[in-house]
Design a protein around this ligand. Structure first.
Ligand SMILES: [Cu+2]
Length: 171
């Protein structure tokens, strides 16, 4: 399931302030295991995972590809709160929680520079933003303890925030 909105993976304060809504989202039993599709515009967020089981205490790169409704890599991702994407890794009992941003300092620096030069030009903002960001986002994370986790991924496309949720059992 994919919704839109900032209630889960927004700023730190949003997350702290929305424990109840997060709890509600965690109670829902079935979410995607590998692919989530937006109800609003067909945006697809695909977890590019291999067949290996998830285990604790190993740093893993979690990569998600964003596709448009026609299955093409999304070429209109935008920075959302200064980042190409946000991820929350949360165990379903809420006792493990991490808010993670994409890795890679060099690409981030390049994006920041690109963004500054865009900001210096007043128009055309919308076409200027398109194609700035790659269609994949990667997050480094290591699960500290086993359990049933849910991963929330948030990206922004042409002004709309897309949220995807994935179940992740960890041994
Ligand atoms: Cu974030």
């Amino acid at each position: 399931m994919v919704g839109s909105g900032t209630e889960v993976v927004g700023s730190r304060t949003d997350v702290v302030g929305s424990r109840f809504r997060l709890r509600a989202k965690l109670r829902r039993t079935a979410v995607a295991s590998a692919e989530a599709v937006s109800r609003t515009d067909g945006t697809r967020i695909i977890w590019m995972r291999d067949a290996q089981p998830l285990i604790t205490k190993r740093l893993t790169i979690f990569t998600f590809r964003v596709e448009d409704a026609s299955g093409q890599p999304a070429n209109d991702l935008e920075l959302y709160m200064g980042m190409p994407g946000h991820a929350v890794f949360v165990r379903r009992d809420l006792r493990v929680f991490a808010h993670v941003h994409p890795s890679g300092s060099a690409p981030m620096a390049a994006i920041a520079i690109g963004q500054r030069s865009l900001d210096a030009q007043p128009a055309p903002m919308h076409t200027g933003h398109a194609g700035m960001l790659p269609a994949t986002v990667s997050f480094p994370y290591g699960f500290p303890e086993p359990g049933d986790y849910r991963i929330f991924v948030q990206v922004k496309r042409h002004g709309r925030v897309e949220t995807a949720a994935f179940d992740a059992p960890v041994r």
